[in-house]
Write a protein that binds this ligand. Structure first.
Ligand code: 7RM
Length: 636
């Protein structure tokens, strides 16, 4: 039986059973489908106590030979990448696999000429330009460990990440385009590097044509280095367990952790999950709207699609520029077949009205995807109806930076879908629900802490420079399990629905509520568009409930609307879940991947507005001031 590509529900079920029966046999067979310089001696060694996980032990490979070189014979003239600029009037770019190969090899030689070597850490701080994809692959080609830092992060955040991994090089650009604005990039790097000592070289891409500061001996322009570099660069031969990249992610503590992924396992899982979840076919055009600065961009803009020999689309701009029809215009322009985005984008486009989406045909679309947060039913239906015209399967994909690839998801058109449910685990993935004591909850129609029972090839190996932190964060809460930090429900069919982070639980008078649960109740009120709930210290109840609410219109009579919302919550959950404070806001502090920064909302709810930490990664940092002022007025 070939479980490499699942074409039916029956094949899915057979593969799932086989993977549980013989995990090593299952993944060993899938790993046969790659170019290895040397085959592995052993598929897997693991224990979740230290933790120690190693896949394809003794195997040798280079992931770029699998993303590029092995396709050249059959797909040399096929498009590897389509790039659409922020400005719809600017020329788009298209590269074949052969062209991508030349670009990556040449950039790899630029890195080498500037002193980079295997094992070095290289920070990449770049906007969504083609050179970003080339940079990532060029690092992988020479065996340098890339650490992509989202170009919206502040100089402080960038410096912290550079220092944590002692990066020797930074790859960046002069500036960037974002909607109607142009934003400095190199200037942020300069500011960050005043706080760093490890960086010896900075390579700058000329994107906007600014005359930026270039420090003699340290900073060089890419366009001046390229002519000196050959278009042939032998791939560095890597051990399957050598690190491929570091990607920083926030946890419940303040300091981001550097999640480490390795060459062999990550490669196998990125390809396998991409092909099966999206049911990719040879002539498809895949568009993932994430930024390469997040794990979604790593796995489903760069590595997954290229490993599969697909055409991947990269977009420099934002969903609402020049108008909220931009996503749909780009879909029609390039005949996009697979469209993968975040619920937050869907909800904001939903708010902008149907006219924008109805102006485009969207005939080419075959599969829709969602990632990053729970997708509410209303957004799910809007997306399915108006974008997918009720004919495209919609995959709600649950996964994490730490998992490297999609873990629980419908396989498009193959396994069942259900609104707001990620549904079933991919074969090779063994989720369980645990109760507070760490016992597995059997059966269906149950809820618990979402953990994974056995390793999969792209499980994180460590957090950079601090293995103990990795153990405590993910492997200590429940002995013998990987703990996701999420709570989930398994419905009567055995389909998973992710409820949300369990670190966002509020305990009111000994009764526990998910912030998501209360938000869902509030959102049932007809005035409400979106809400965010946090706990705050309460003298009598232990924790009180503070709700930040966006209404369709700012209420003219807030007392009345407040009372109506409280009534809705009482009706949905019960008196015990009544919000104690309701503040009407025009927006919420969200990261660019759509996650609400609850830390900020909690602090404001606690009345501590003095030190809200770094807000530079927010989509709209100004919203924090509005919320702060509103909260002060409310308490007065
Ligand atoms: C890919 C990504 C991970 C956290 C995760 C969840 C939440 C992600 C979904 C989701 C409900 C989904 N990586 N999350 N996908 N919740 N349904 N389909 O987002 O490391 O940045 O975040 O995101 O809480 O633990 S991430």
């Amino acid at each position: 039986m070939d479980y490499n590509r699942l074409h039916s529900y029956e094949a899915y079920q057979a593969a799932y059973a086989a993977s549980v029966q013989d995990l090593e046999g299952f993944w060993g067979a899938i790993a046969e489908n790659f170019t290895w310089r040397q085959k592995w001696d052993k598929v897997l060694e693991w224990n979740f106590e230290e933790p120690k996980v190693a896949w394809f032990i003794g195997g040798k490979l280079n992931i770029t030979e699998n993303c590029i070189d092995r396709h050249l014979a059959t797909r040399g003239n096929k498009l590897a990448m389509i790039w659409e600029a922020n400005d719809p009037k600017e020329r788009y770019m298209r590269w074949t696999y052969r062209e991508l190969s030349e670009k990556v090899n040449q950039f790899a030689n630029v890195l080498k000429n500037n002193g980079a070597k295997k094992g070095d850490r290289i920070a990449i701080y770049m906007p969504m330009i083609p050179e970003l994809m080339v940079s990532v692959l060029a690092c992988a080609r020479i065996g340098a460990i890339h650490s992509v830092v989202f170009a919206g992060f502040s100089a402080h955040s960038l410096a912290d990440r550079i220092n944590d991994a002692a990066c020797s090089m930074v790859l960046t650009s002069d500036g960037m385009n974002r909607g109607a604005k142009q934003i400095p990039v190199k200037r942020v790097v300069d500011e960050a590097l005043e706080m760093c000592t490890s960086v010896e070289k900075v390579i700058v891409v000329d994107r906007v044509g600014w005359a930026v500061n270039m420090q003699e001996g340290r900073d060089v322009y890419l366009h001046e280095e390229l002519p000196k570099a050959s278009k042939v660069c032998e791939a560095e031969i890597m051990d399957a367990e050598d690190p491929l990249f570091i990607l920083y992610t926030s946890g419940s503590t303040g300091k981001p952790k550097g999640v480490v992924h390795t060459c062999g396992g990550y490669m196998v899982y990125a390809d396998y999950s991409f092909r099966n979840v999206f049911q990719y076919n040879e002539s498809d055009v895949h568009w993932c709207t994430a930024d390469v600065g997040w794990v979604t961009g790593h796995s489903y803009i760069v590595y997954g699609p290229l490993l599969a020999g697909a055409t991947t689309l990269m977009f420099e701009g934002v969903p609402t520029y020049p108008d909220p029809g931009r996503f749909w215009q780009v879909c029609d322009k390039f005949g996009v077949t697979h469209f993968y985005t975040a619920p937050t984008a869907i909800r904001s486009l939903m708010q902008a009205g149907e006219d924008h989406v109805l102006s485009y045909s969207l005939d080419s679309l075959k599969v829709l995807g969602s990632v990053g947060e729970p997708i509410n039913e209303e957004a799910w239906h809007w997306y399915h109806t108006h974008v997918g015209k009720n004919r495209c399967p919609l995959v709600d994909t649950w996964w994490q930076t730490e998992t490297g690839g999609i873990m629980i998801s419908t396989l498009a058109g193959i396994t069942p879908m259900k609104p707001a449910h990620a549904t079933l685990p991919l074969p090779g993935v063994q989720p369980v629900l645990l109760d507070g004591e760490g016992n597995e909850i059997e059966g269906n129609d149950v809820e618990g802490y979402l953990c994974i029972k056995a390793p999969w090839p792209s499980i994180l190996r460590t957090t950079y420079g601090d293995h103990e932190r990795c153990r405590i964060n993910y492997f200590a809460a429940y002995k013998g399990y990987y703990f996701t930090g999420d709570g989930a429900r398994r419905d009567e069919h055995g389909f998973y629905r992710i409820i949300g982070r369990v670190d966002d639980v509020i305990n009111v008078s000994g009764h526990r509520f998910g912030t998501a649960e209360i938000e869902n109740a509030i959102n049932q009120n007809e005035n409400v568009i979106e809400s965010a709930v946090v706990g705050y210290p309460h003298d009598i109840k232990g924790q009180g409930i503070y709700a930040y609410i966006i209404c369709k219109e700012m209420p003219e009579n807030p007392i009345q609307v407040r009372a109506e919302i409280v009534e809705t919550v009482v009706a949905e959950i019960g008196k015990i879940a009544k919000p104690d404070v309701i503040q009407f806001v025009s927006g919420l502090p969200k990261t660019r991947s759509g996650k609400i920064m609850r830390r900020i909302l909690r602090k404001i709810a606690e009345g501590d507005v003095s030190n809200l930490g770094d807000t530079s990664t927010l989509l709209d940092p100004l919203i924090v001031d509005e919320i702060k002022d509103g909260a002060i007025a409310l308490m007065a």
